[in-house]
Design a protein around this ligand. Sequence first.
Ligand SMILES: Cc1cc2nc3c(=O)[nH]c(=O)nc-3n(C[C@H](O)[C@H](O)[C@H](O)COP(=O)(O)OP(=O)(O)OC[C@H]3O[C@@H](n4cnc5c(N)ncnc54)[C@H](O)[C@@H]3O)c2cc1C
Length: 373
Amino acid sequence: MASPPRMLLLGAGLSGGLLALALSELGVEVELAGGSLVDSATGWSYGGVPWWAGAANPLGELLATAPCRWDQLQQRHGELGLRRAHLWLHWPEQAPAQAVAKVQQGLAGLPQQPELTALPAQEAIEQEPLLAGADLGGVMQLPYWRIDPLGLQQGLERAWTVAGVQRRAPLPAAELQQRLESGQTVVLCSGAAMLALLQAMGLQAPPVLAFSWAGVGRCDGAQLSAERIVMPLLGQRGGRETAASGAAVICDPGLAPAPGGGLLVGQTSWFDRPIDDPPPVDQDFEQLSRVRSQLVPSLSEGSNGPFRLQQQPVAYSRDQQPLLGPLPGCPNLSLFTGFGGPFALVPALTPLMAQALATEDWSQIRGLGLLCR
Ligand SMILES: Cc1cc2nc3c(=O)[nH]c(=O)nc-3n(C[C@H](O)[C@H](O)[C@H](O)COP(=O)(O)OP(=O)(O)OC[C@H]3O[C@@H](n4cnc5c(N)ncnc54)[C@H](O)[C@@H]3O)c2cc1C
């Protein structure tokens, strides 16, 4: 009898973690290299599942299946941190009315038609006392789901053991090169580190693949009063990611439950910095402290505990389409990266990615326009 196929996955964050389970279900022997999920973008994410954010096309329809996919994953593998939540999109008092109305119209025209509720500033503060004193013009509420990163980490570790996924330490480029030369199938799920890894092996990275350094504040002594994620209605990161150049840093005023409890505050995105040179801590901290004064001015080090900074690099794709499948010219090395809204896209795409890897038939991924380019 032929022995089962073996694959090596690099990166034990959201993308590598779910892909390892999907491949195991297809009978593939999976070796998953990488450190703890705590040391990844996934580990410090807000974990919001933007299932309604897609266009009226097959990829948008797939994205809309994300809550159902997470539910199926939990039924199969046990608790993975899935929480029903709301997204609050807020704007400041002095925000241009026209810009606010334009985004609101866009939300009302979303093909998935999520239920929209407008909350005047006062009502939002009554529901969420942490926002007392915030610079708030109003809030749009949308249905949302959230994955708690700590719940995900614990659930994945349990599920990998049950599925027989072999865990091993992160792999340096030289060893990866040897594995590739021996003909082994390798999938890079290594997020932002992927660019440096490809470069170290003398391989050309896809031109649309990029990363930014993210910073987020954490305060253990404060909690949102319900399962909700607060983000800016007039966010700028998407526009900056698709632009060839622009501001060196974008700061999104947001709030989310921290992994396992506490509060995450803000998100900075630093562009055009090398992977081995995180942004200066004092400058990152200054950006996030401004968010704290704007959105949660009542937080104080005295009564809510220290405000700490976490920094992680995050991969993205300049054309906002993920990159799946063999790196051109390197058939046994595939990528699984570049997601916009990965907590919705990754669970929806992993069954297709696993099937394509197992059968070497990439037609479905090509049909969605996601084949590595
Ligand atoms: C503050 C913040 C808020 C966010 N909010 C949201 C949100 O609400 N919704 C959403 O969908 N997304 C959100 N994101 C983005 C999302 O968290 C990431 O895009 C996503 O988690 C990336 O998952 P990944 O598995 O592809 O990469 P990562 O989580 O970066 O994991 C890659 C892993 O590979 C490892 N690795 C690197 N090199 C090697 C090697 N040589 N060998 C083995 N392993 C290696 C890394 O150490 C890391 O553990 C947010 C991100 C941040 C920082």
